[in-house]
Design a protein around this ligand. Structure first.
Ligand SMILES: CC(C)(COP(=O)(O)OP(=O)(O)OC[C@H]1O[C@@H](n2cnc3c(N)ncnc32)[C@H](O)[C@@H]1OP(=O)(O)O)[C@@H](O)C(=O)NCCC(=O)NCCS
Length: 176
């Protein structure tokens, strides 16, 4: 639904390896506001963007994965990204949206929906039959988005983020 994107201010495109540094910065900015009060400040205020950029390069080089970015059309500045591939817990026939992050000033312009629909289209092209997303249980903002996209609550697991215990809730789409 690109027409929903206000005055063509934002758009999405496939990511390239050259986006690695900018994606790492978007990820840090989005975490620092979206996870404030959900994860400890110490984790959010010590994010190593250089290390994340290097890890991102590896992710972007994985040809079995989908990597999309959202950008501001005027200067091309990245404002969001998503990364998807086969489900880590359930295998190749199930797609998983591993990450979807948008910076605050670009939220609620339809980019999340665009990235999500890009992911479901990619899953269909990969012959994947369903989709799963894992979200921090306390991340009610993102959970409302997944519910708006038609996801139903699936399994929950205990996990950790840099040693901090968290509960992850899944959302499942039985058909893509
Ligand atoms: C969650 C996120 C990806 C959603 O992206 P977005 O671009 O803000 O969402 P969209 O504008 O595409 O929303 C599409 C529809 O979803 C629904 N929606 C989105 N966020 C919602 C919320 N917090 N509460 C209720 N409904 C919501 C609305 O129906 C919306 O349509 P509308 O704006 O016409 O009412 C984005 O806000 C984000 O990056 N959040 C922070 C990072 C994060 O928590 N990521 C998930 C990690 S698992």
């Amino acid at each position: 639904m690109l027409a929903r994107l206000e005055l063509d201010r934002f758009a999405i495109r496939p990511a390239t390896v050259a986006d690695a540094g900018a994606i790492a910065r978007v990820q840090a900015r989005s975490w620092q506001t979206s996870y404030r009060g959900i994860l400890p400040d110490q984790i959010l205020d010590t994010m190593d963007t250089a290390r994340r950029a290097s890890m991102r390069r590896e992710i972007l080089l994985d040809s079995d994965a989908l990597n999309l970015v959202a950008y501001e059309t005027t200067f091309g500045e990245l404002v969001g990204f998503c990364n998807a591939g086969p489900s880590r817990r359930q295998g190749g026939h199930v797609g998983e949206l591993y990450e979807i992050y948008i910076v605050d000033h670009a939220k609620r312009y339809g980019l999340g929906r665009e990235l999500f629909e890009g992911t479901t289209a990619w899953c269909r092209a990969q012959q994947m039959t369903s989709l799963i997303i894992w979200v921090l249980e306390a991340n009610t903002y993102a959970r409302r988005f997944y519910e708006a996209m038609g996801g139903r609550e699936g399994p929950r697991v205990q996990s950790s983020v840099r040693g901090y215990p968290v509960i992850e809730q899944s959302y499942v789409w039985d058909a893509v």
